[in-house]
Design a protein around this ligand. Structure first.
Ligand SMILES: Nc1ncnc2c1ncn2[C@@H]1O[C@H](COP(=O)(O)OP(=O)(O)OP(=O)(O)O)[C@@H](O)[C@H]1O
Ligand SMILES: Nc1ncnc2c1ncn2[C@@H]1O[C@H](COP(=O)(O)OP(=O)(O)OP(=O)(O)O)[C@@H](O)[C@H]1O
Ligand SMILES: [Mg+2]
Ligand SMILES: [Mg+2]
Lengths: 255, 255
């Protein structure tokens, strides 16, 4: 099992778009992933075509009622599985925030219930907040995928996150392997190239070569409950997420 | 004093960009506003050119040490004032989340310390999370300005927010006056027009006529610690935020 948290506390950088389309690209290659939606907004759940389900059938029940993860997992048409989210998740921070064991609850759930030896890639879509839920994701994962949209405030977010990760690595006793992927790259704007160059200077090999272009198909596919491969198979968005999946698989990011 | 919370739990929709540029547009018209940054990311603080200040000089000290708001307020070159944020704010949810009085702390601070009869417009930039800080902003304000970027997932965010506001209005005993403003509108995309039309159908008069275009000047100005009026005075971004300020002032949104 290889667990990857898709996180950046900066909002709107493409965490959900990246989780949705990487899950689909992995499924197409026979590496049927498990997606976990840990965002109270439940956008990954919605983008997978799952609408208005009770909180007892979501990851909220895992935290609030100790329901096993295997009981809330659902299969998707692509062959991937998803553990859906629910709006009620926003209560978790104030309900359990001061409970010392809460940050490793997801890690415990994953290691107890899922077969550790199976090569299932797990992708966790996080909310734009470094709270209890995102800390659960970071502690449960071996690697971090950090989408950054090609603009200044998002780049600031990554520099901040990098500093926060160094603080978290102390209790973990290891470096969290991470990759940064630039999203919403607009090849007509000098700003996009500036941002990419600055990130390459600062993060070197941790920055993916693949850049995800700003392209409308990626903004439209969630409205139809589909990933970009089934919604617009020949689009730029499909090419870019295919390239990203190849680059990450080749570098052993999902081993 | 007219307090407006700029909120949408969807990330990256232009909350900070709208707070920054509306503050500047109001200052240019002699209505010197107070901006409050309630986001641990502290992006409004950064966009106003304020870098690496200790948490004791920020709104974190108001919550953690009961420091008066008037002692953490700073003047900006535009004549506006700002109460800056700090990264440590992300602790507020788990430290004080279960304290019943916490949600009205900002309201108490504002009514005790600032002259209620002065016509100072207050704009609160919120984080993308309906937690303790954003609830503070909603309870302290008379009105809500909800930026929505012209895409499907952001539109979903507004529909969700609307449902959450109806729940909050019960204990408040009044309807929270709100305006939705479409941001990142790309006139080359059919999706932008679809989103605007759907929002108009659904929210009628609560939707601003003014749409903020997707334009690079708005993404660049924060990198220089400036608003769009001082960074690119003749740009589309400056025109659009001028029009938004006029529309909101004309409709008495800041009275
Ligand atoms: N490459 C792209 N091209 C065009 N639109 C994009 C692209 N990536 C993301 N978007 C759009 O931008 C918006 C923000 O993306 P998304 O919701 O995936 O970000 P997020 O980081 O998950 O946001 P949040 O912080 O709210 O969870 C979405 O509506 C999405 O459709
Ligand atoms: N009209 C616009 N045209 C071009 N870029 C824009 C526009 N509005 C916002 N942006 C860019 O999009 C990114 C997201 O905007 P912003 O940070 O203001 O959103 P936010 O809602 O405050 O995000 P968060 O949820 O993280 O607080 C920023 O980097 C900003 O520069
Ligand atoms: Mg998301
Ligand atoms: Mg912001």
């Amino acid at each position: 099992m290889s667990v990857v948290a898709v996180f950046n506390q900066k909002g709107g950088v493409g965490k959900t778009t990246t989780s949705l389309n990487l899950m689909a690209a992995l499924a197409q290659r026979g590496r049927y992933p498990l997606g976990i939606d840990l965002d109270p907004q439940s956008h990954l759940t919605l983008a997978c075509g799952i609408k208005s389900i009770p909180s007892s059938e979501t990851v909220y029940a895992f935290y609030a009622e100790n329901k096993p993860l295997s009981q809330i997992m659902r299969e998707l048409p692509s062959g991937a599985h998803i553990i859906p989210a629910h709006m009620e998740l926003f209560k978790i921070d104030s309900l359990y925030g001061r409970n010392p064991n809460i940050t490793s609850q997801l890690k415990r759930g994953l290691t107890q219930e899922l077969l550790p030896d199976e090569m299932i890639p797990v992708l966790i879509d996080c909310s734009p907040m470094l709270g209890v839920l995102s800390l659960n994701a970071v502690f449960a994962s071996q690697r971090l995928l950090i989408p950054v949209s090609a603009d200044y405030l998002s780049m600031q977010g990554v520099n901040r996150l990098d500093a926060a990760l160094r603080v978290l690595e102390k209790p973990l006793g290891k470096r969290i392997d991470r990759r940064i992927v630039v999203t919403r790259f607009d090849s007509r704007r000098k700003l996009s190239y500036d941002i990419y160059d600055k990130l390459r200077e600062h993060y070197g090999k941790d920055l993916c070569e693949t850049r995800i272009a700003e392209t409308v198909g990626l903004a439209e596919s969630p409205a139809h409950g589909r990933d970009v491969f089934t919604f617009a198979p020949h689009s730029q968005g499909a090419k870019d997420y295919n390239a990203l999946a190849e680059e990450l698989l080749d570098s052993g990011f999902f081993n």
